[in-house]
Design a protein around this ligand. Sequence first.
Ligand SMILES: N[C@@H](CCC[C@H](N)C(=O)O)C(=O)O
Length: 258
Amino acid sequence: MAIPFYKYQGTGNDFIMIDNRQQLFSKNDTKLVKWMCDRKFGIGADGLILLENHPTLDFTMVYYNADGNPSSMCGNGGRCIVAFAKQLGVITDQTVFEAVDGLHEAFIKNDLVHLKMQDVSSITRYENHMFLNTGSPHHVQWVNDLAAFDVKTEGALLRYGDLYGKAGSNINFVEQTGDSFAMRTYERGVEDETLSCGTGATAVALAIHHQGKTNSHEVDLRVEGGRLKVTFEPAGTGYNNIFLIGPAKPVYTGVWPD
Ligand SMILES: N[C@@H](CCC[C@H](N)C(=O)O)C(=O)O
C-alpha cells in the first residue's frame, strides 16, 4: 500500500511524519520503519513519527528510532509533530498531546515551537559525567575542543559500555566557551551522531545549571544543526516547568511506493 508521508526537521534532527489517524500504517513492522529511515535505500531520517487520534487530547505521538524500534521520548520529534499537527489542521497554535512519557503541552510563537517536557526529579553526578532522564536517558560529559571530538567513536564506547548495559543511553558532549555552550550528541537507536537531540539539549541545559555553570533559568545551546533554548525552574533536587524551544520545519512531502 502506498504511504503518504511528510519530512520534517528540527535543528537538523530529521523525521518522517505520517498521519495515522485512519490507522493504516502497520505499527509493528520494524523492518519497514528501518528501511524508510535508511539514508541510502529509503527516504532517510533519524526517526519516524505517527500522529494518531487520542480519545480526549489533540493527538497521540508514536515515535520510532531509525533502527525501526519504538523508543522513549524524542524532544525534537515532539516539536516537529506540533508543527505537523498545525499543518494538518488538527491544532492551531497550542496543544496538549500524549507521547510515550506522558502528556505534553506545547505552543507555537514567532515560528518557534515551545514544548513542555516532563519534570526531572533528580540528576546523578559522577566524577566525569552526569546522568539524567528527560523522557529519554542522557549521559552528559564535558570535553575540550568539541569541534575536533570524535563523537561517534567515543559515544558508541560509552553507549555500549558497562555503564548503561543493554538498554544503553544517549551520550552528550558539551563545551563551554565564555558564556556560551555547545553540544554534540550520539543518539541511541540511530547509532550515530545526529545534528541535534531535543531531550539531550534539555538534559545538557539542566546539567549546566545543576553544576553551577550558570545561574540563569534559560540556557541557549549551540547544536550542530542550529540553536535551541531550554527554560526551567529549579525544584528541590530537580527541575519543573521545563520548556524546549526551537524551530520545526517541513522539508518535503512524498509517497512511499507499494
Ligand atoms: N532525537 C531525540 C531522541 C530520540 C530518542 C533516542 N534516540 C532514544 O532512543 O533514547 C530527541 O530529540 O530527543
